[in-house]
Design a binder for this molecule. Structure first.
Ligand code: GLV
Length: 322
């Protein structure tokens, strides 16, 4: 079969570095370029003739999608998280799936650490302060908090959590973490594994870096925020749906938390008039953990190379096995 006979659907934007690899392989690309998620009817129509799919997180891949795509031989997602993909269903249908681990670790860890700095150093308020025409702290700008000597509690200590821990250690923070199984990606990181209850009681800043699964969905609610120290900070750089937004709002509105910084929300996008956005001690960024030029290029290239291998019936470079 020549490359041109292979149809690759891309349901959103992919960095040129990936498109170049795919064009060089001679495949036919069908790219959805709208801002909103691809309409299901259009996707189903495209899937009838598709040999490969590069999905974006808004596309739910499961038995129903797979049944629309009789020719599909490989599915990829240019991301590390894949909570929208039913991997077991892909495997049952004989279609391998891959994501892009590794290449986005530093960019995502930088963003997560930036959010820790933003919230603990009150940088959102400081920027608002200057924009309002003020300068001196006495004009309403509160003191921020030191990072040094504080405890960062990382929920989900995988590769990215570990990379954040390295950054936080350089700022003099102590690290505790919670995983389902005590496991350090880097045994040289000094970090104690705690139960979730102990972590919430100890941490001055809680960072969520866990994947979204049935076990973590909605796992941060009223009880978890109440169990955090009064005056602690909360950062989510993983998935919005791990957190019950109404519970976070209550923890901020009551003054129990000193601040929050989120790169992810539930739902996304957050409505511009959402009450969370009215709090000066809440900073929200639009899910940009890996969104740097270099990292998105690496992710797209890895995705494209996986697709080319999948179409050739070769083993994928970064398959998700379960
Ligand atoms: C981004 O959210 C990712 O999962 O890579």
């Amino acid at each position: 079969m020549s490359g041109k006979d292979n149809v690759v659907i891309i349901t959103g934007t992919l960095h040129d570095a990936g498109l170049t690899v795919l064009r060089q392989a001679g495949v036919r690309l069908q790219i959805y370029e709208g801002d909103a998620p691809i309409p299901v009817a259009l996707l189903n129509n495209w899937l009838c003739d598709a040999d490969a799919l590069i999905a974006t997180s808004a596309v739910k891949v499961g038995p129903s999608l797979l049944s629309m795509a009789p020719r599909l031989r490989v599915i990829a997602q240019s991301a590390v998280g894949y909570d929208n993909i039913d991997v077991a269903a892909c495997h049952r249908a004989g279609v391998p799936f891959c994501n892009t681990p590794g290449v986005l670790v530093d960019a995502t860890a930088d963003l997560a650490f930036a959010l820790i700095l933003i919230t603990m150093r009150s940088l959102g308020q400081a920027m608002d302060h200057v924009r309002s025409g003020a300068w001196f702290r006495g004009e309403g700008l509160p003191y921020a908090r030191d990072l040094a000597g504080k405890t960062l509690g990382i929920v989900g200590m995988g590769e990215i959590g570990t990379a954040v821990a390295r950054r936080a250690l350089c700022s003099g923070m102590q690290i505790v973490y919670h995983n389902r199984r005590p496991r350090l990606a880097d045994p040289l990181i000094p970090a104690d594994h705690l139960s979730m209850d102990d972590l919430l009681a100890r941490a001055d800043c809680v960072l969520i870096m866990a994947p979204l699964t049935d076990a973590t969905r909605g796992g941060f609610g009223v009880a978890e925020f109440a169990a955090m120290k009064s005056g602690a900070f909360f950062v989510n750089a993983a998935r919005g749906a791990i957190v019950q937004t109404s519970a976070l709002l209550e923890a901020i509105a009551s003054g129990h938390l000193a601040g929050a910084a989120l790169d992810v929300c539930d739902p996304e996008p957050i409505a511009p008039d959402h009450p969370l956005l009215s709090y000066p001690n809440v900073v929200v960024t639009p899910h940009i953990g890996s969104a740097t030029e270099e990292t998105r290029a690496r992710m797209a290239e890895l995705t494209a190379r996986n697709i080319v291998r999948g179409l050739a019936g070769e083993p994928l470079l970064t398959p998700v096995l379960s």
